[in-house]
Design a binder for this molecule. Structure first.
Ligand SMILES: *[C@@H]1O[C@H](CO)[C@@H](O)[C@H](O)[C@H]1NC(C)=O
Ligand SMILES: *[C@@H]1O[C@H](CO)[C@@H](O)[C@H](O)[C@H]1NC(C)=O
Ligand SMILES: *[C@@H]1O[C@H](CO)[C@@H](O)[C@H](O)[C@H]1NC(C)=O
Length: 374
């Protein structure tokens, strides 16, 4: 009797989520109140484990604004979102939600850096999502947990509407690695009312080549196009200073080395580099110089300003290596097409072609274009 009373108190005081396993009633999987059913039937059989209990993952939300740039204010979906109503969240400003990936947390260095960059550039509300307890090893468990975290994020966005009259259209989610799939799941639950999702290096294992329901749709760069605008910087593979295969090992590396895509995205927030990208079907065509045209419309910009572009498709661009020290735009590059036509009467010889480009804002050093038989 005593223990029963204790359990009841517990349920009122702490256990927000209850677990039910149902063989019938439509939920073949786990049911977590109040988030609902997490079925393990097709197409959600892409990971072996069901998602863990939301109480264990304990997703939390940390708000940063120009009035509190460094000390996050905790927002909670509990008690129907009273913490949202009393917070510094400014309903007239856009909301940026940042979601970390595998093995990271809401204070990972790139998230702190991106938060500050966004606040510096625009007067926005930045919310950093913490699901660190659910983002650890094994990878397949973390991948499964993205569904619970996505549901929590969708719930928060619904509460932003109810408590602050913020439309989901004004919400932009930026997710990295598995965080991109959290964003995709939140978008799916909000039934496409969400303003924008930027998926940075959406994680490959367990997601690529899966049906669309389980992965990110509007996206930013894996090797399989995922909808809307996909950008493939440096071909998407073999990026300067980046791994070239999608093994779990490389994701662990990613988690520690913070993918190049993150560096590019932050640079697109902090600098005015256009990161012009070109429509192309393959890296091979792009590298052969067959795609450096956007027809009669402007080319899209990769990164923060990609939403200015209203068409979908796959786009390629090259960036510089990021090694030019002292520059605040280390990855910014521009594409120039140089045609060299040799006269018929020139005899073939060995040689080196250099190009030296002079413009209104300066000039390049002499760059080697070609070295062989000319
Ligand atoms: C998921 O289920 C579908 C349909 O039953 C099956 O074809 C597919 O192979 C399964 N996928 C995995 C990864 O088990
Ligand atoms: C998910 O990915 C991991 C790592 O690549 C793999 O070992 C596992 O078999 C995958 N799970 C499914 C259901 O495909
Ligand atoms: C992009 O970079 C690759 C590797 O450096 C190079 O082979 C290719 O020609 C470049 N493509 C363009 C269009 O500049």
């Amino acid at each position: 009797m005593f223990s029963l009373v204790f359990l009841t108190l517990c349920a009122v005081g702490h256990a927000r989520h209850t677990v039910r396993f149902q063989a019938d009633g439509g939920c073949e999987g786990v049911h977590y109140e109040p988030l609902g059913c997490f079925s393990q039937g097709y197409p959600f059989n892409n990971t072996r484990e069901p998602p863990q209990n939301p109480d264990f993952i304990s997703t939390s939300f940390h708000l940063f604004t120009r009035r509190n740039r460094h000390n996050g204010q905790v927002l909670s979906t509990r008690y129907r979102g009273v913490s949202v109503r009393g917070s510094l969240l400014d309903a007239r400003r856009p909301v940026k939600i940042i979601i970390h990936g595998f093995l990271q947390n809401y204070r990972s260095p790139w998230i702190v850096e991106l938060t500050q960059a966004l606040l510096q550039r625009d007067d926005v509300n930045v919310i950093s999502v913490n699901w660190a307890a659910g983002s650890g090893f094994p990878y397949t468990q973390a991948a499964a947990n993205t569904r619970v975290v996505g549901a929590e994020v969708a719930r928060l966005i619904t509460l932003l509407g109810q408590r602050k009259a913020i439309s989901a259209r004004n919400v932009h989610i930026i997710g990295h690695s598995l965080g991109a799939h959290v964003a995709g799941e939140a978008g799916r639950q909000l039934q496409d009312t969400l303003g924008r999702i930027s998926g940075l290096d959406p994680a490959d294992p367990n997601f690529s080549f899966q049906p669309t329901e389980v992965r990110l749709d509007p996206s930013y760069g894996t090797l399989q196009p995922m909808g809307h605008v996909d950008f493939y910087p440096n071909g998407g593979l073999d990026q300067p200073g980046c791994h070239s295969d999608a093994s779990v090992f490389s994701f662990v590396q990613d988690a520690y080395h913070e993918g190049m895509t993150i560096r590019l995205y932050i640079e697109s927030v902090t600098s005015s580099c256009p990161f012009t990208a070109y429509p192309c079907d393959s890296a091979e065509d792009f590298n052969a110089g067959r795609c450096l045209r956007c027809g009669n419309r402007p080319c899209p910009s990769m990164g923060y300003e990609a939403d200015m572009y209203k068409r979908s498709g796959t786009y390629y661009l090259n960036t510089t290596s990021g090694l030019s020290s002292g520059s605040n735009t280390p990855f910014c590059g521009y594409h120039y097409m140089v045609h060299v036509t040799l006269g018929d009467d020139m005899s073939s010889t060995h040689g080196v072609l250099h190009v030296h480009i002079v413009g209104d804002n300066g000039e390049t050093p002499s760059l080697e274009l070609y070295r062989s038989v000319i």
